[in-house]
Design a binder for this molecule. Structure first.
Ligand code: ADP
Length: 188
């Protein structure tokens, strides 16, 4: 059973790589960003609240995220096959919650993979994506805010997982297929 946590700044290619790897491992790709965007589209209660934070590049309060994660990781596909978590945890409180939750439901993770790309490349990639995809949080101001939030809140997680000895860093500033190849070599 493979269970992985993906870290990486906005624009690092984390979502794309997580999706490819999840498919090749035959496990669910659990992206909190994708789940939230679907909720926004359906205008659910959560989606309406989430949109205000997402459009500004801010994290949602943990209280809005934790139940969603608990419910998703308890679904049969995740229980039976494993998972790749993409976009969660995003701060130390969420990482601690995840550890408690997994103990409670009898799961654990194998590795935390940090896909690293230099800051100036991230902005260029995201602005480029904005011309093909229409995500309301891909404007330059919001991109810069998402990167600051990532540095302040999510980067400290690398220490958290480094101490556990399960962090692997991958250079994401390469051809997509090369990065995929590196990731596959880590999990196989
Ligand atoms: P990116 O990594 O490109 O910033 P995501 O698709 O992972 O994008 O997330 C988009 C937005 O969804 C975030 O900016 C944030 O507002 C919200 N979000 C996603 N995951 C979380 C989380 N674990 N905690 C709080 N907010 C989240």
């Amino acid at each position: 059973m493979t269970r992985l946590i993906f870290l990486g700044a906005p624009g690092a290619g984390k979502g794309t790589q997580a999706q490819i790897l999840a498919e090749s491992c035959g496990i669910p790709h659990i992206s909190t960003g994708d789940i939230l965007r679907a909720q926004v589209k359906e205008q659910t209660e959560l989606g309406i609240k989430a949109k205000a934070y997402m459009d500004k590049g801010e994290l949602l309060p943990d209280s809005l995220i934790l139940d969603m994660i608990r419910a998703r990781l308890s679904q049969a596909d995740a229980v039976n096959a494993g998972w790749i978590l993409d976009g969660f945890p995003r701060n130390v409180a969420q990482a601690e919650f995840l550890d408690r939750l997994l103990t409670e439901i009898g799961q654990s993770y194998d590795l935390v993979i940090d896909i690293h790309v230099p800051q100036d490349r991230l902005v260029a990639r995201l602005l480029n994506r904005a011309t093909i995809q229409n995500r309301p949080d891909d404007t330059e101001d919001v991109i810069r805010r998402r990167l600051v939030v990532y540095d302040e809140q999510t980067v400290p997680l690398t220490d958290y997982y480094q101490h556990k000895g399960i962090l692997r860093s991958v250079d994401g500033d390469r051809e997509l297929a090369e990065v995929t190849h590196h990731l596959e070599s880590l999990v196989n």
